[in-house]
Design a protein around this ligand. Structure first.
Ligand code: ADP
Ligand code: MG
Length: 711
């Protein structure tokens, strides 16, 4: 009989041809634990599951002859399973043992450290298929911990998919469930234009989906993978490039400002330092943007400490001279306050120091206004002050507004917003950016997230890119060391004690913990208890985590800055960009769990002056890949370089924690494939040039318009 779920499924599929949207809850027969895990993995519909692509494939071609066996690797062998028994090791652990007799009579010993359920009732001499690594152990040929299958099914005798696992979701489970749903792949819309399919000889979408999960050959799988990657990157390229082309067609520069070298020179003179060459270059690029006939749309990338803020201020000054307003947005109240303090100082400086008379001779210089009013608007601003600020903003009496998301409400109206500067742009949502876009102002976004150049050009293809690839002179490199053994940990504690006695401060970062997380991670509170009671009972230790109220967080950071305590234990949420001048040590627990780019950003919070700083990466037993990754951090000090390395070693998804970082969640695409990036861009431009409305490509249009632009 047809179950209700099955009925529902076929009903939906037939009537609406939208089987792909059916929730897995309805479509699958499985446990709630499986469904819960899937949902945490972002997989809730049939489509999501069919788009959970395998990371690799392997052959389970069956061997039943001794001479065909390959030692040291995985084999799939078939024969009669005899003499299954459970034995106890000297330590009391149960292990399973059996002998597999191959068709040519050769015997292979099978050993299980975890005994598969199906062996419990197995008949002696039953035919089985074992999949596992075969080795020679004291002269005996042994297969250890093999999978056991009783039939040739989706697992044996073929090329099979290997997925990233997340218990209880295993490759085996995925293979079985996906095989059942694969016929529905026919409902995937074809997004790639016919001319692209023809050019590369690509299979159609539904065929590619089938082949990636259940390939007929290695070539079949590779081509499916290539096609799906192509589609993934192509779609993003079309989306971002289309946005740019449309913007270029429709928007005019409402806030032009002529580049005025004398005025800029005068601004520079008020600074206590000389800009680095990289800062000058980027400032120049922004100032040139203000002269063009379209509004600026620029992303400034620069490592922590590269001095993005001052570049932003100098660009703001040029807009203020042109009579326009500027807003500077920061993702947190702490950062907004920090920017506010610096801005008050900077703008007071430039408004009170007109250019030298000598330089003025014969040149008409537009001066900075005698008084530049800078205001701060954050969530904690009182209602009364918010009202006053909004009134004066609408009147044009405020030149610079600094704030957080709190600024981006419908009732914040600017008189003439010439420039919006967004610090850590990825922490602002699409809706918030849309509010800004309404003003037609120039937009300059700043980010310390190192992004490999190829990737940046792809996902941020809708904007211009500037990189501050140089740190101000005199900065010492942060000495970075992996700490793995108990002995090294003891030395670390001694070292920290010595630093505190020299009046230095310590950041101590622990990974975030969520309940579903099985990996042993140290919670902030546990760690705080240990550090404050056992390791440094005589030092002042405080903690900070994401669950605290914004006001509490601000207060703690403020007290840390004022040196009211020595060690701050926190989750990875500690505010990006906050300046703690005397912090010279950064300790990172479970460092292997973070991406290199993120670790590098943590490290950027120290070493912000001329004192020698240190970053310690605590990790348990790192596997080879993690060892290579962490070693790269010891060796390299450029965010970009580290991001490239991580991209090579771990792929996209794991580097940035994708969604949180405002990055697209690539499923198959390999972003280090330059040729592919170029080809997709070429095709995206070609198609957009002929048909910017995508009228000829309805499926592509729908997909492109349903997705986000990453800035
Ligand atoms: P980030 O790029 O991380 O936002 P900041 O703008 O906060 O960096 O700059 C970090 C520190 O470096 C600030 O204290 C700033 O005043 C200082 N700084 C910026 N540019 C220079 C420079 N060219 N020379 C010396 N110090 C600089
Ligand atoms: Mg900054």
């Amino acid at each position: 009989m047809l179950s209700f779920g099955k009925f529902f499924l076929s009903f939906f599929a037939k009537i609406f041809a939208m089987s792909l949207k059916i929730p897995l809850k309805t479509a699958l027969r499985t446990t709630s634990a499986h469904l819960k895990k899937l949902s945490q993995m972002g997989i809730t519909t049939i489509q999501d599951l069919l788009e959970y692509f395998p990371r690799n494939i392997e052959s389970t071609e069956i061997t039943s002859q001794f001479l065909s066996i390959q030692l040291g690797v995985k084999n799939t062998i078939s024969g009669k399973l005899c003499d299954f028994r459970v034995e106890k090791t000297p330590r009391g652990k149960k292990i399973g043992k059996a002998v597999l007799i191959l068709d040519d009579g050769a015997e292979i010993e099978a050993v299980w450290f975890q005994i598969p359920y199906m062996l419990k009732n197995i008949k002696d001499e039953a035919r089985v298929y074992l999949v596992g690594k075969i080795s020679r152990d004291f002269g005996k040929i042994q297969i250890s911990n093999p999978e056991v299958h009783l039939h040739r099914d989706v697992h044996v005798g073929r090329l099979r998919a290997i997925y990233s696992e997340s218990p209880p979701i295993t490759s085996k489970w995925l293979r079985e469930k996906i095989a059942g749903l694969l016929p529905l792949a026919k409902d995937f819309a074809e997004i790639l234009p016919a001319e692209i399919l023809a050019e590369y000889n690509f299979p159609r979408k539904f065929e590619a989906i089938r082949s990636i999960h259940a390939p007929k050959s290695v070539e079949d799988w590779n081509l499916a993978k290539k096609r799906l990657s192509f589609e993934e990157i192509f779609e993003i390229q079309v989306r971002v490039l289309r946005e740019k082309l449309i913007r270029n067609q429709t928007s005019r520069n409402k806030y032009p400002a002529k580049l005025d070298p004398e005025a800029v020179k005068a601004d520079l003179k008020t600074l206590p330092f000389e800009l680095t060459l990289a800062q000058k270059k980027v400032l120049f690029q922004i100032l040139k943007d203000f002269e063009k006939d379209r509004p600026a749309h620029r992303l400034v990338q620069g490592d922590v400490g590269s001095g993005k803020t001052v570049v932003a201020f100098l660009a703001a000054a040029a807009q203020i001279r042109a009579g326009n307003q500027v807003v500077i947005l920061a993702p947190t109240a702490i950062l907004a306050q920090q920017h506010f303090k610096k801005a008050v100082e900077f703008f007071a400086g430039i408004s009170s120091s007109p250019p030298d008379k000598g330089e003025l001779e014969g040149v008409s210089v537009k001066q900075n206004p005698a008084e530049i009013r800078v205001e701060l608007l954050i969530g904690a601003t009182t209602a009364k002050n918010k009202k006053l600020i909004k009134r004066d903003l609408a009147d044009g009496q405020i030149q610079v507004l600094i704030g957080t998301h709190a600024v981006l409400t419908e009732d914040t109206i600017f008189k003439n917003l010439g420039l919006a500067i967004i610090d850590e742009q990825h922490r602002f949502g699409v809706a918030q950016r849309a509010i800004l876009a309404k003003n037609n102002s120039h937009v300059v976004a700043m980010t310390a997230t190192p992004i490999p150049r190829t990737l940046a050009l792809t996902i941020y293809g809708n904007q211009d890119l500037s990189v501050i690839d140089e740190l101000p002179p005199g900065r010492k490199q942060v000495i970075t060391k992996i700490v793995a053994t108990p002995k090294e940990k003891n030395l670390l504690h001694l070292f920290i004690r010595d630093q505190i006695e020299k009046s230095r401060q310590i950041f101590w970062v622990c990974p975030l913990v969520d309940e579903s997380d099985k990996i042993e991670a140290k919670s902030v509170l546990q760690e705080y208890e240990k550090i404050s009671r056992e390791i440094f009972p005589d030092k002042r230790v405080e903690f900070l985590h994401g669950k605290l109220k914004p006001r509490e967080k601000t207060a703690i950071m403020e007290r840390f800055k004022n040196k009211e305590f020595d060690i701050l234990v926190s989750t990875s949420v500690i505010e990006v960009g906050v300046d703690i001048p005397d912090a010279t040590v950064m300790v990172i627990e479970n460092a292997e769990r973070f991406g290199l780019a993120q670790l590098h950003q943590f490290r950027g919070r120290i070493g912000r002056n001329d004192m020698q700083s240190y970053c310690f990466l605590i990790c348990g037993k790192p596997d080879d890949k993690n060892k290579t990754r962490l070693k790269a951090l010891e060796q390299y000090h450029q965010g970009q370089k580290l991001a490239e390395i991580d991209l090579q070693l771990r792929g996209m998804g794991e580097i940035y924690g994708t969604k949180q970082a405002g990055m697209p969640d690539f499923k198959v695409a390999d972003l280090s494939d330059l040729q592919m990036l170029q080809d997709t861009r070429h095709w995206a431009l070609k198609i957009l040039k002929e048909d910017i409305n995508l009228a000829k490509y309805p499926a592509l249009k729908k997909k492109v318009e349903s997705g986000e632009v990453y800035f």
